[in-house]
Design a binder for this molecule. Structure first.
Ligand code: AMP
Length: 400
């Protein structure tokens, strides 16, 4: 059974075609600059050369048309006919409180995703465009929505209600939702396998560290607490996002710099984080290079990021009754999988808890491995995430 996984952004679209027999990647690609001059698709069928096509694409429908024609192309395609696609799995960013699980898409589901546009104005509209385009291009093929927020719907109210007047939760659903749920769920399953535990018994602290970062306390395989909030701005400082800060800073910046609320919103989302602190880059590789060359602000940005991760992990340890209950601290995503120094520095900061990294074992990028010492109080694991595979698995289980 072949499943197409689609992740639509506002001007980009990522896709993978996965054969669920053996979970083999058949093809993958990226469409960029949709609706902007210079649209381009890069398509790679496993075992064949990458094909790059430049073509004007005015919307997500055009983008998906070229995806479909690339998949069935005689020369560089992966399948003979679109009939071979059994189902489509869509990444949808915000499911609000409507969805605690993935669902087969129907009109009601689309309406509910629309209802949540206020909570994710940049993400949910392109997700809907992708769904509607697939309905046209693959009529009758089942489509499934897999929500970034769904995994976190198991959090107890004490971990998701904000200390603002309660009517804001009741009337406007202002609460912590949490994101990267598909990734936290995937690494939870992998960690349970690696540690030989049932997934519904495993207790973890999962650290998704990338351009966006979030940390989750996973109790008995379910999300119990997480660092991202109503939006993906809360928690750790990120590539360009502030993470936690005193909310009074917003008005202060408006007053001091004569800025509108929109301008400050742009600063806290796009110009802050490690980019804002360092003035160098939002990319951790650039920061590591600059720090090595003696750039003090790049060093400070890395320290602030690592310190924040350390403090969140430390606070999530207190969600469990004892340290022995915690089966592992998991590092995943671009930085978590590849940032050898970042992992070491974060774990070195957990000495008070008896967590110890094995520097030899930690010298890896993008591979599954336990990287803590034998006498570490908690196992430390590196697990490359695979959100697309998780989406394909959920899609398969719903259409079966
Ligand atoms: P993601 O958002 O998961 O794709 O992660 C992207 C981030 O991972 C980039 O901004 C980099 O800062 C970081 N990253 C990727 N590879 C490395 C590496 N080899 N060393 C340090 N950081 C890395």
């Amino acid at each position: 059974m072949k499943i197409l996984v689609i992740n639509c952004g506002s001007s980009s679209l990522k896709y993978q075609l996965i054969d669920m027999e053996g979970e083999k990647l058949l093809a993958k690609g990226l469409v960029e600059r949709i609706g902007i001059d210079g649209s381009v698709i890069s398509h790679t069928t496993t075992g064949k050369d990458k094909k790059v096509i430049k073509k004007e694409l005015k919307d997500h429908n055009d983008a998906l048309e070229i995806v479909m024609s690339s998949l069935v192309d005689k020369e560089y395609g992966a399948i003979d006919s679109l009939d071979q696609i059994s189902a489509v799995g869509h990444r949808v960013v915000h499911g609000g409180e409507n969805f605690a699980q993935s669902v087969v898409i129907d009109d009601e589901v689309v309406a509910a995703i629309e209802e949540n546009i206020d909570l994710a104005p940049l993400h949910n509209p392109p997700n809907i465009m992708g769904i509607e385009a697939c309905e046209k291009l693959l009529p009758g093929v089942k489509q499934v929505a897999v929500f970034d927020t769904a995994f976190h719907q198991t959090m107890p109210a004490k971990n998701y209600i904000y200390a603002i007047p309660y009517e804001n939760y009741e009337e406007h659903k202002v609460r912590r939702y949490g994101f990267h749920g598909t990734s936290h769920k995937y690494v939870t399953q992998r960690a349970a396998d690696m540690l030989g535990k049932d997934v519904d018994k495993v207790n973890l602290i999962t650290c998704h560290l990338g351009n966006g970062s979030s940390i989750t306390a996973v109790k008995e395989g379910k999300s119990y607490d997480t660092t991202m909030g109503l939006t993906p701005l809360e928690g750790l400082p990120m590539g360009t996002r502030t993470g936690n800060m005193d909310p009074a800073i917003i008005k202060f910046l408006m007053d001091k710099n004569n800025l509108s609320i929109e301008e400050v919103d742009n600063i806290i989302n796009k110009k802050s984080g490690v980019l804002g602190i360092s003035g160098v880059s939002s990319d951790f590789r650039d920061l590591e290079d600059a720090a090595k060359e003696g750039n003090e602000r790049a060093k400070l940005a890395l320290e602030i990021f690592e310190n924040s991760a350390r403090k969140f992990i430390g606070s999530f340890v207190t969600e469990f009754d004892s340290i022995d209950e915690i089966d592992g601290i998991v590092f995943t995503a671009g930085l978590g999988e590849n940032g050898i120094a970042t992992r070491k520095n974060i774990v070195d900061g957990l000495k008070a808890l008896g967590v110890k990294i094995d520097e030899g074992a930690n010298d890896i990028r993008g591979k599954e491995r336990i990287v803590s010492t034998k006498d570490s109080s908690i196992n430390v694991l590196v697990i490359p995430t695979n959100e697309e595979l998780m989406i394909a698995r959920d899609t398969l289980s719903l259409i079966k």
